[in-house]
Design a protein around this ligand. Structure first.
Ligand code: PLP
Length: 405
């Protein structure tokens, strides 16, 4: 009997954050070896509890959650999302153009599926959050990467983006604050990027899932507020800022000239209707999350756990003879790199495997984020401080061995 063959599409798709290294780590754990995990941005696994008022809202509304809901999401949730966006200057957002999904992950796929024809191009950051590349490919599009280099503070160059636009380019994806780099884009840069999108008629897709996780007073500017009447989809969710990854709740809001976005809005609605609705129970947490007591600031302010983790990572890098890093302005990751002078021949994937096998530390190499010839490593800021300090000792031990081999 011939084997069941998967879709050929999948041969181009990677998601190494949960890939071969993770499987190897699971095998090591099953064999009794404890692993220090810095690979997944899953706050709940590291003792960051979901704020109690979100849990309470879900418990209170359990009995109201037994029927299918509106395909775009609960009215209460969408109203809260609109209020949040408008308060930030995104005046064009309205409840008819907000979609709640089972995580931002589902909505990334829907937003691209509603847009792309075979051969269309999407401008994506390199490094990217790899679901954006995967969803582009799975929906028949081709990624065109613009670089966000460490030498430029991991910020994109609008002139480079402009030069990459071709006749088949349909959309431009931004991730701000960025995963994996932690870069937060200044308002003036966003204005230049919007200007490029306007000139070429590109849809803007802005993944802002880390919008309130910011360090040292770095300001966050929502893209929709800058884009004004230009078509833009902004993504947010409960997973990170509200430490509720397991609830699987995200949202996207389409803004810009209603006449220009009407057909695309209808396509989004059709795709949302085909999957009936997002998990209704968890959507009850959206309104309290957005309107009552945001608490993430306590974690990112001096003395807070994320702030301390970031400080430890910056100290660990500064003390290392091998590493340097652009200090993350936001999100829950650092993206240090191994300096070429310290180790001229460096393969990030081979290193990550050695770090796992020799020192029981699991992190994600930069190439997993669609960054070619990467010398980078992504680590999360989520483990306890003592463990994070220890990680740098272990990283330097492996790099030290590699330097003399
Ligand atoms: N977008 C970015 C940039 C992410 O880092 C993640 C998860 O790590 C997601 C989207 C997916 O979020 P969700 O849990 O809402 O599906």
């Amino acid at each position: 009997m011939s084997p069941i063959k998967p879709s050929a599409h999948l041969s181009e798709v990677r998601y190494e954050i949960r890939g071969a290294l993770t499987r190897r780590a699971r095998d090591m754990e099953a064999a009794g070896q404890p692993i220090i995990k810095l690979n997944i941005g899953n706050p709940g696994r590291y003792g960051f509890a979901t704020p109690p008022h979100l849990r309470e809202a879900i418990a209170t509304h359990l009995a109201d959650s037994e029927a299918y809901g509106h395909e775009q999401g609960l009215e209460e949730a969408r109203e809260a999302i609109v209020a949040q966006q408008r308060a930030r200057g995104a005046s064009q957002v309205d409840v008819e153009r907000v979609f709640v999904g089972n995580g931002v992950s589902e909505l990334i796929d829907i937003s691209l599926r509603a847009l792309l024809q075979p051969g269309d191009e999407v401008l994506l950051p390199s490094p990217d959050y790899p679901l954006w590349s995967a969803a582009t490919i799975l929906n028949d599009g081709s990624p065109r990467y613009y670089r966000c280099l460490a030498a430029n503070g991991h910020l994109p160059d609008p002139d480079e983006i402009d030069a990459l636009v071709g006749p088949r380019t349909r959309a431009m994806v931004l991730i701000n604050p960025n995963n994996p780099t932690g870069a937060v884009y200044p308002a003036a840069l966003l204005e230049r990027i919007v200007e490029v999108a306007r000139r070429h008629g590109l849809l803007l897709l802005c993944d802002e899932i880390y919008d309130e996780i910011l360090y040292d007073g770095v300001p966050f500017q929502p893209l929709a507020a800058v884009a004004g009447d230009h078509p833009c989809v902004s993504f947010g969710g409960l997973s990170k800022v509200h430490r509720a990854c397991g609830y699987r709740v995200g949202w996207m809001s389409l803004s810009g000239d209603p006449a220009r976005t009407a057909e695309y809005r209808d396509a989004l609605q059709l795709l949302a209707a085909l999957r009936l609705c997002a998990n209704v129970t968890a959507q009850w947490a959206v309104r309290p999350a957005l309107l009552d007591k945001p608490t993430i600031g306590e974690l990112t302010a001096p003395g807070g756990r994320l702030h301390e983790a970031r400080r430890i990572v910056l100290e660990g890098v500064a003390a290392s003879p091998f590493l340097d890093v652009v200090a993350p302005g936001g999100a829950i990751y650092a993206f240090p790199q191994v300096r070429a002078e310290a180790l001229p021949h460096f393969d990030d994937t081979a290193f990550a495997l050695r770090l796992l096998e020799e020192e029981s530390v699991l992190l994600v190499p930069g190439t997993s984020f669609n960054l070619s010839a990467s010398r980078h490593l992504r680590l999360t800021l989520l483990p306890e401080p003592a463990q994070l300090r220890d990680v740098f000792v272990r990283i330097d031990r492996v790099l030290g061995r590699m330097a003399v081999e």
